[in-house]
Write a protein that binds this ligand. Structure first.
Ligand SMILES: NC(=O)c1ccc[n+]([C@@H]2O[C@H](COP(=O)([O-])OP(=O)(O)OC[C@H]3O[C@@H](n4cnc5c(N)ncnc54)[C@H](OP(=O)(O)O)[C@@H]3O)[C@@H](O)[C@H]2O)c1
Length: 292
């Protein structure tokens, strides 16, 4: 019998990491590390714990993902989002294991009005974006076989995100508003789990890669579609329509956010022959599954 490929998931307690660990459990030998089990802020601990096991692929989904916190905790942001991926990349190189590191659309400044390609220059406008960009750079410098997968607006069942906030607001209040002048693409964790699979053994998949569901939308359109899907599933809602607010009205935001950060997925399609399904189909399935 062929032995299963062993995959280490770092960040297995997070939104994406938990989804990957669960979705891969049948087909792979999964070893998950959550924050308490592996601390990105402790390089020696990472070296020791990962040296103790053999694995074929390591996917790093862990990060300091609180964009506003990064503005005030710059040192921590760079330690977790830049230095830690470098250490993980080195560990994987030494072991001859595949290193897949998850990055973000926030490496871009958002000024381009078309989907960003992997060739576009990253020009972060926040500490979070700068720390993630530095993580990409350091990981690739340490391991030229590393694969950096940039994703956007991640949602899924394992940890609430914007879409869950919007649905909760609509259940509890008659008025819901969301930002109408910021555009990107929602990406479903369960889709990412499937989309990443063909990359495990694809030798040509190195360097930067953009991956998201298809299409694009504002937060307002995203929330409106989620509410439309809820109505189609018979979920009682107090609000029917999502009103518009503007990014500049979000006084609680500390960090600057890119206004347009749609990720083009042509390179992914070229490597795998697979086209990610539209974000609307993914959201519809997410809502359907949530009422089962
Ligand atoms: N969410 C999005 O919309 C989005 C968009 C673009 C890119 N991304 C990227 O996608 C990846 C996955 O994000 P996500 O949505 O799954 O975020 P998430 O739910 O916040 O997951 C991040 C995980 O990292 C863990 N973590 C934080 N500090 C750590 C440390 N010092 N040591 C070890 N683990 C630590 C967190 O654990 P605790 O919660 O226990 O601290 C959490 O489990 C990240 O690289 C993120 O930058 C996310």
């Amino acid at each position: 019998m062929q032995t299963k490929r062993r995959i280490v998931i770092v960040g297995a307690g997070g939104r994406l990491g938990a989804a990957l660990a669960r979705e891969y459990a049948d087909d792979y030998d999964v070893v998950g590390f959550n924050h308490a089990q592996l601390d990105l802020g402790q390089p020696e601990q990472m070296r020791q714990r990962l040296a103790a096991i053999e694995f074929d692929v390591l996917i790093n989904t862990a990060a300091q993902t609180n964009v506003d916190r990064c503005e005030t905790e710059r040192e921590e942001a760079f330690a977790l989002n830049a230095e830690a991926p470098r250490v993980l990349a080195e560990i994987c190189r030494a072991k001859g294991a595949r290193f897949i590191h998850i990055s973000t659309d926030y490496v871009f400044d958002g000024e381009k009005r078309e989907p960003y390609t992997e060739e576009d220059e990253a020009r972060p406008i926040s500490v979070y974006g700068a720390s993630k960009r530095e993580g990409e750079r350091l990981a690739l410098a340490a391991n030229d076989r590393a694969l950096i997968v940039r994703v956007s607006w991640v949602f899924g069942p394992d940890r609430p995100s914007f879409i869950d906030w919007a649905m909760k607001q609509a259940r509890e209040h008659e008025e819901v508003k969301a930002i109408s002048d910021k555009v990107a693409t929602p990406t479903y964790t369960l889709d990412l789990a499937q989309l990443l699979k063909p990359l495990f053994a694809e030798a040509n998949a190195t360097g930067l890669l953009h991956l998201a569901n298809g299409g694009e939308c504002s937060w307002q359109e995203y929330a409106q579609w989620a509410l439309d899907c809820c109505r189609a599933e018979g979920i009682p809602m107090k609000a029917r329509d999502v009103g518009a607010t503007r990014l500049e009205e979000m006084k609680s935001f500390i960090a600057k956010r890119p206004v347009c950060s749609v990720l083009g997925t042509e390179k992914y399609r070229g490597l795998t022959g697979v086209t990610p399904r539209s974000w609307r189909d993914a959201v519809a399935e997410y809502v359907r599954e949530s009422v089962r």
